[in-house]
Each structure stands twice: as C-alpha cells, then as structure tokens.
Design a protein around this ligand. Structure first.
Ligand code: RIB
Ligand code: CA
Length: 315
C-alpha cells in the first residue's frame, strides 16, 4: 500500500550537512513533499543561509521550491555562528554561483503559521536543522498552530556525546536555548536526532568517493562539501570521517526503521552559563518528569548511507 508523500517544512541554516539533508528531501518526491524551506540564522548569518538554501534547491534542479528568510538572531541572545566549521560562506568547499531563483517576500515565521493553519491538522511535519528560533517564534505568535503540527523531527542536542560547541551543549540548542525550551515544552510530538546518533553517521573515504563517482554535479558537490566539512571533526575527535548530522532528520522520515531511541523527558538548560543549552535527557528514567521526546540513540549507518547514495544519485 503506497502512502501519500509526507508534507514537510524544512527549517535550516545551511551548512554543508543541511545541504545534504535538503538534497535528500528534494530527491525523494515519492516520500516527501517540501511545502517550503525557511532559513534561520545559525551556522552563518541569515543573508547567507537564505542564499545557500536557494543554491541547494537549484543544484537539486528544483528552482520552484519556496524559500523564505526567517529570524536573523535568537529570541533573546546574541547570534553565535560556526564559520570555523562551515567556512565563511557556510557552504565552503566547492566554488558556487549565486542563486537565480527568488527569495519569497513573506517572512519565514509567517509562512510556517499560515501553512499550519491552511493545511489539514496533523498533516504537516516540521524539520528544524538549525537553531529553533523560527519554530519558537511561530508558536509564540500563533499558539493555535501547535496542536496542528503532525510531528517535529529535529537535529539538535546531545546526551552521551555531550557538547560540540561547549563541553555541555550542541550548537543548534546552544544558539537559542530559550527557543528550544518553548518547543520542547509545547506538547508537540518531537523526535530528536542528537549528536548521540549523528556521531554514528560518519562519512568515510569510500562513502565520499561513492558520491564523487556518480559523475553528477550534486554528487560532486556532496563529495566536496564533506571533504571540507570533515576536517573539523577529524581534527577534533580523531574520527575517520565527519558526522552527517542533518540528513539523519530526513532519512528518519523516509526510513524510520533505520533508527532506534527512547521516549523520554528532555529539559533544556537556559540559566547556567556553564551548561547553557545542555539537553538534560532522562535516558535512564531516574525522574518522574513526563516524556516529551523520542530521543534517538542509534542508527543502521550502512543503511543510512545506502539510502543517501541511492537518492542523491537521482539528481
Ligand atoms: O551541531 C550540529 C548542527 O549544528 C548541525 O545542524 C549543523 O548544521 C549545525 O547547524
Ligand atoms: Ca544545520
């Protein structure tokens, strides 16, 4: 029995790994209908994430995709960016031409609100791949949309893997902890792809050469993005390759059976300077705090890369 494609909004701060996630989504029309892509400030400032999102859509051959600019800074804090990981453009690695396709005039937060109000309840999934500012702002401005969300599948947080931007916090959460708290306390059904699982989705030389060997522009770009992106993690963790964080979100929507996790309580540190942005995940059930998220801890990495390779090769 074939299912209708899931309707999704991708909220993103491209970022090389965001780019691979967006390519995977746009290469999978039988599974996913991308209603729109909303850019948020994160890895690099908003003008660049809004530009990069369009570069990626054109690379996928989907210039008709609706791309919106959302919030240019966190709800309450100064923006923290990650050029040290992603480079000055956010998509360092290959040389990229400026996009031709337009940026939509509507603000990304208004697009999220209008779409959730227009589409039938529980038929739209939100896929945040960066700081949760746009999602939280939409929930704040229009609390009525929270009950209409089908699911939120996000990349962010860490428990056993601890932090990657501070000893305690993962980057997406650290940039806007207040926004994250609003989302995790909203009551919307949440699936979390933390570093615990994304650090098991490592690129390898063979996997990257598999993308390059496709002989396509998207395949070459993915290889050159991961060549650039992996140097930071390999230097820091001594790992063989780079964790492809954000594509885990999209792969979960297409093949959830590749992932395993626990439905647990996750709280966000928003006060302490020492542990700001930490996702306090009650993995062992030592509190009576209500479960509010499916926290993913593991994946079938071979199956994940097989899916990624098969789909990217279509573009
Ligand atoms: O910590 C990894 C996350 O931060 C990924 O989403 C990456 O793109 C950056 O946004
Ligand atoms: Ca990201």
């Amino acid at each position: 029995m074939t299912h209708a494609p899931r309707k999704i909004i991708i909220d993103t701060d491209p970022g090389q790994d965001d780019a691979v996630a967006i390519l995977l989504a746009l290469a999978s029309p039988e599974d996913l209908t991308v209603l729109g892509i909303t850019a948020v400030a994160g890895n690099v400032p908003l003008p660049l994430t809004a530009k990069n999102a369009r570069i990626i859509c054109e690379l996928a051959g989907k210039p008709e995709t609706l791309v919106f600019a959302g919030c240019d800074r966190p709800l309450k804090r100064k923006l923290v960016t990650a050029e040290h990981v992603h480079g000055k453009t956010g998509l360092d690695g290959p040389q990229l031409a400026d996009p031709v396709m337009p940026l939509q005039a509507q603000h990304g937060v208004d697009f999220i609100i209008d779409t959730l109000r227009r589409e039938p309840a529980h038929t739209v999934t939100l896929c945040p791949l960066g700081p949760l500012t746009n999602i939280a702002e939409a929930f704040r401005r229009a609390p009525d949309i929270v009950a209409r969300v089908q699911q939120i599948v996000l990349m962010g947080g860490a428990y056993f893997e601890v932090g990657n931007i501070t000893p305690a916090a993962e980057f997406n959460i650290y940039v806007d902890p207040e926004a994250t708290e609003i989302v995790f306390r909203s009551g919307a059904p949440i699936v979390v792809m933390p570093l615990d699982v994304t650090h098991k989705a490592l690129t390898t030389r063979a996997r990257i050469e598999g993308f390059r060997a496709m002989g396509t522009e998207p395949g070459r770009m993915v290889a050159e993005w991961t060549d650039f992106f992996e140097r930071f993690d390999m230097q820091k963790y001594g790992s063989e390759g780079a964790p492809l964080h954000d594509p885990c979100v999209i792969a979960y929507l297409i093949r959830p059976e590749l992932f395993t996790g626990r439905h647990i309580n996750v709280e966000i540190e928003t006060q302490s300077e020492l542990t700001l942005g930490m996702t306090v995940a009650d993995w062992w059930g030592v509190t009576d705090r209500p479960a509010n998220a499916l926290f993913i801890g593991d994946l079938d990495a071979a199956g994940f890369y097989a899916l990624l390779t098969e789909r990217i090769a279509r573009l």
